[in-house]
Write a protein of this length. Structure first.
Length: 400
């Protein structure tokens, strides 16, 4: 059973402040009761406000009853009291409820916090966006510079850390571009000098060869030695000129066509007295015929120069790749030097005294194979000797 609400002392005064009635009342609002309109009666007749109430502790035998009300207007809904006056009359009193505040927060704490966050974001967006836009510009510049455009520069306006970073990038890019241009100019000058010198050497070589043929008194051995030296020098000049042209990617080396690799190998093997081992009768690769012939010839000549036995050329197809191997029975190459034999003018220590050569043959092989979008490698045979392998795509090398 619910506890009854405590009694409260209610005192009623007139406009002059005189006590005209008092009593004890309980603050009761039974749930579900429908409030009644605002009323005040004294001896059955309505009384006009204002009436005030105050809590007092004086003892009084008068009793008051509280009932809920739904009086509207300026009073609002409030409790009703039936107060027995001192003269025996009963006063039906309705106390107005204070009007609610005309304004209250339309949102809760979380909504308010969200609005503050949105306001802060909107206020700071222009500043943050300005910073991120400059960082994006710097990122694009670095990416373009990394892709090879050394002339790219970024906007370095401002005095903050981003501007300092942009200025540092521009300075580094300028320095590197200057160094690269200086290097390219030096290499171009060297290549031009080498090509011109090689070309000019051919004229005196031709005169020496003609004079040798007109010499009648020289011994046969002397003539052969001079002729061999002239031939080696002429080959060196030719290889230097070819290497210079291969270094220039814009140089027109010839027409790209379908080259029958097995037939080319057969001709060069017959010329150098090497054996040929093929798994199929035809291998067609796109490329420049004279350059691919130069590759095969250089490989066979290099093997014959160092071989103490048979030289074998092997041709096969693996997927869309044509593979050619030239293997010999020579002394091989130390494992630490396998990658260096393709460097220009590099010769294994002691090889120049024994077999001669200038060290450009395999360098030309690598340059030509790479120009045909292929690969080249070398390895020692388990039973002795060296194998050099080239891999050429059977399609897609039209830009050679």
């Amino acid at each position: 059973m619910a506890a009854e609400p405590p009694l409260r002392q209610v005192v009623v005064r007139n406009p002059n402040g005189d006590v005209i009635g008092s009593g004890q009342a309980r603050m009761m609002r039974p749930p579900g009761d429908r409030p009644t309109p605002h009323k005040r009666h004294m001896q059955g007749e309505p009384m006009r406000p204002p009436f005030t109430t105050e809590a007092e502790t004086d003892d009084n035998d008068a009793e008051a009853e509280v009932r809920p009300s739904s009086a509207q207007g300026s009073f609002g809904a409030g409790p009703e009291f039936l107060v027995r006056m001192q003269d025996g009359q009963v006063l039906h009193l309705h106390l107005p409820r204070p009007n609610p505040s005309p304004w209250r927060a339309p949102f809760g704490f979380l909504w308010t916090l969200g609005l503050v966050a949105v306001a802060v974001a909107l206020a700071t967006y222009p500043i943050v966006r300005r910073l991120t836009r400059r960082l994006e510009s710097l990122q694009r510049g670095v990416r373009q510079w990394g892709d090879g455009d050394l002339s790219v520069r970024v906007n370095a306006q401002g005095t903050d850390e981003v501007a300092d970073l942009a200025q540092g990038f521009n300075h580094a890019a300028q320095q590197i571009e200057s160094l690269v241009k200086a290097r390219d100019a030096l290499l171009a000058s060297q290549k031009s000098l080498l090509a011109n010198a090689s070309h000019e050497l051919r004229s005196p070589l031709a005169r020496i060869r003609m004079g040798l043929e007109l010499m009648g008194g020289a011994s046969s051995a002397s003539r052969e030695e001079i002729a061999r030296s002239i031939s080696e020098l002429d080959q060196l000049i030719e290889e230097i000129l070819l290497a210079s042209r291969l270094d220039s990617q814009q140089a027109d080396m010839g027409t790209v066509e379908q080259v029958e690799l097995v037939g080319l190998l057969a001709e060069e093997c017959a010329r150098s007295h090497a054996s040929l081992d093929v798994e199929q009768a035809t291998l067609l690769v796109p490329g420049i015929s004279k350059l691919l012939r130069r590759v095969v010839r250089n490989l066979l000549e290099n093997a014959n120069r160092y071989a103490s036995g048979e030289v074998t050329a092997i041709a096969r197809q693996t997927g869309a790749v044509a593979i050619v191997q030239v293997c010999d029975r020579g002394p091989g190459v130390p494992d630490a030097l396998l990658d260096r034999i393709f460097e220009p003018f590099y010769r294994i220590p002691g090889a120049s005294e024994r077999e001669g050569g200038v060290g450009l043959g395999l360098a030309l092989v690598k340059s030509i194979v790479i120009r045909h979008q292929g690969q080249v490698r070398c390895f020692n045979r388990p039973d002795g000797g060296l194998c050099i392998e080239i891999q050429l795509p059977m399609q897609g090398a039209e830009k050679a």
